[in-house]
Design a protein around this ligand. Structure first.
Ligand SMILES: *[C@@H]1O[C@H](CO)[C@@H](O)[C@H](O)[C@H]1NC(C)=O
Ligand SMILES: *[C@@H]1O[C@H](CO)[C@@H](O)[C@H](O)[C@H]1NC(C)=O
Ligand SMILES: *[C@@H]1O[C@H](CO)[C@@H](O)[C@H](O)[C@H]1NC(C)=O
Ligand SMILES: *[C@@H]1O[C@H](CO)[C@@H](O)[C@H](O)[C@H]1NC(C)=O
Length: 269
């Protein structure tokens, strides 16, 4: 525990610098990106009490803490919520307990995302309260949209469920309440999906956001179930807890070259 606190404070301090630049610094395009602060351990955060802003950064919007968890709410047009971890994990587990937001056009999400836009998603689209979607991207490659899958989950807006992502260099898994719903192997991602297996150090991003906006493209609006009807607001997603496990125990992750491959990542400390 002592070790964890030491690491996270360091990570959080380094994270402040990282958080300002991470969206604009893609290590597959540049060599001057700052190192990624590592979680380097495992921890569970209960979202019923204020999160340490050195560890979790509310990038957009506000959250409201209640005894059952943190509420991510959209009240008005233009509002969105995004909570990002200042730490990164380099393979690992993310277990989130979530009640999705309802409303067409509204998307609740728990995502792992790296600086070079590898991504592993859970997404709940607000028109269907008995479904969650899994998805992944490699290096921001959105040329095809064949990677998403739909999974049944009962009463996803009224009950917390255990949505767990397991991620290592060989496979990706999506678990719901202890049942394995989907597995993508590294080889499948190469053969079936192009060179798109997520494999670089990633932050945890939790968001409730309006995808059904007139400014978005038709495909996105259709996927989200139509335009947001703000007369139905507020739209609230609740997060009870998040357990994150990093499979490495370093203090920083550094891209050794511009390949973005997991073999190129240097684990420091
Ligand atoms: C938050 O939830 C955890 C786990 O249930 C509990 O141990 C803790 O006491 C709660 N904190 C508050 C402030 O209610
Ligand atoms: C909601 O999701 C379930 C599970 O994927 C699916 O069977 C059902 O058809 C969906 N309902 C709507 C209205 O899209
Ligand atoms: C949540 O699901 C994961 C994957 O099945 C499991 O390892 C974990 O123990 C579950 N969490 C709880 C609190 O049951
Ligand atoms: C992007 O993914 C598609 C298949 O999903 C693949 O055919 C293509 O080669 C990939 N592009 C790159 C640059 O990896």
């Amino acid at each position: 525990m002592k070790n964890f606190l030491a690491l996270t404070v360091l990570a959080a301090l380094a994270g402040n610098a990282v958080a300002q630049t991470h969206t604009s610094c893609d290590p597959t395009k540049r060599t001057d990106c700052p190192p990624d602060p590592a979680l380097g351990t495992q921890h569970t955060w209960y979202f019923n009490e204020t999160l340490d802003p050195r560890i979790w950064n509310m990038e957009t919007g506000d959250i409201v803490y209640t005894p059952e968890g943190a509420e991510f709410t959209i009240h008005n047009p233009g509002q969105s919520t995004l909570l990002t971890s200042n730490f990164y994990i380099f393979f690992g587990v993310v277990e989130s307990w979530v009640k999705m937001a309802t409303g067409q056009g509204i998307v609740s999400s728990v995502v792992l995302e790296s600086d070079d836009l590898d991504e592993i998603d859970w997404e709940w689209v607000g028109y269907n309260m008995s479904e969650v979607q899994s998805n992944f991207y490699g290096k921001g490659n959105t040329t095809t949209w064949n990677r998403g899958r739909y999974h049944h989950v009962p009463n996803a807006a009224d009950e917390f469920h255990n949505y767990t992502t397991y991620w290592d260099h060989e496979k990706l898994q999506w678990w719901i309440d202890g049942s394995l719903h989907r597995q993508v192997n590294y080889g499948d991602a190469l053969a079936v999906y192009g060179k798109n297996f997520p494999q670089s150090p990633s932050q945890v991003k939790i968001s409730n956001w309006p995808a059904g906006l007139p400014s978005n493209d038709q495909g996105t609006i259709a996927w989200a179930g139509g335009l947001v009807d703000y007369s139905q607001a507020p739209f609230t997603m609740t997060v009870q807890s998040v357990r994150v496990q990093d499979f490495h125990t370093g203090s920083e992750y550094i891209y050794g070259d511009k390949s973005g491959s997991w073999q190129s990542i240097i684990v420091k400390g």
